[in-house]
Design a protein around this ligand. Structure first.
Ligand code: UDP
Ligand code: MG
Length: 219
């Protein structure tokens, strides 16, 4: 049941259970919003101003798609082009490894922006299964933006991004996936008072001013 998924996310266990008492438990902000809502752009600006590490699930999947010898390359390529959500077993391992690598290099880097995840129920279940007790989800930063604006931004980006999914056909599918699968996840967090919503249809600087106000209040 989808309603059960979030309660477990909120559970607290002592940070000492995370790889001995020496490491801080990762503190996570999930960054969600439609394709082209500006998640990546705003995450870059957050990283410039705050002590967060930005992990984009989409970027990690694209890197895995391109990695020589990856057994998942073709599968990931198909899912991305079709705007479908890759099975969580693949995504969660990439996220977990990226978090561990970051903290192994610098134990002080325990704050993460996880961008573009969790996108559906399967993603959230996978997160709970693997990360429950090992990371705290602080809140969801939700970049709220109308579909028309999102599509137009992605089409514009598509002129230079080289992305296989920044074309009208893929975009329509991505928007459908977002509305059908991702919105319910955002609503679920909303019910638990864990969503910070930002009107993302405005300019980068206007949106970032709101982001700052939120992060300054949370920190
Ligand atoms: N994707 C996925 N699982 C994730 C994140 C991304 O399957 O957790 C796939 C999915 O096919 C999605 C694509 O990667 O449509 C692009 O995701 P990205 O977050 O890069 O797109 P954005 O929303 O930033 O435009
Ligand atoms: Mg992105």
């Amino acid at each position: 049941m989808i309603g059960r998924l979030i309660g477990s996310v909120c559970q607290r266990v002592p940070s000492s259970s995370y790889r001995g008492s020496l490491m801080m438990k990762p503190q996570v902000v999930f960054v969600l919003g439609g394709p082209g809502a500006g998640k990546g752009t705003q995450c870059s600006k957050i990283v410039e101003n705050y002590s967060y590490t930005h992990l984009s699930a989409g970027d990690l999947l694209r890197a895995e798609r391109a990695r020589e010898g990856s057994e998942f390359g073709q599968l990931i390529a198909n899912y991305i082009k079709e705007g479908k959500i890759v099975p969580v077993e693949i995504t969660i391992n990439l996220l977990k490894k990226a978090m561990e690598d970051t903290m192994d290099k610098d134990a002080k880097k325990f704050r993460f922006l996880i961008d573009g995840f969790p996108r559906n129920e399967d993603n959230l279940e996978g997160w709970n299964k693997v990360m429950e007790g090992a990371a705290d989800v602080k809140f969801v930063l939700f970049f709220d933006c109308g579909n028309e604006v999102c599509i137009n931004r992605c089409l514009e980006r598509g002129k230079s991004s080289g992305r296989t999914d920044d074309n009208r056909e893929s975009l329509e599918k991505r928007i459908q996936t977002y509305l059908q699968s991702t919105r319910p996840i955002i609503e679920l967090y909303e019910k638990h008072g864990k969503v910070r919503t930002i009107d993302a249809s405005r300019s980068v600087d206007e949106v970032f001013a709101d982001v700052k106000a939120i992060l300054d209040k949370e920190d």
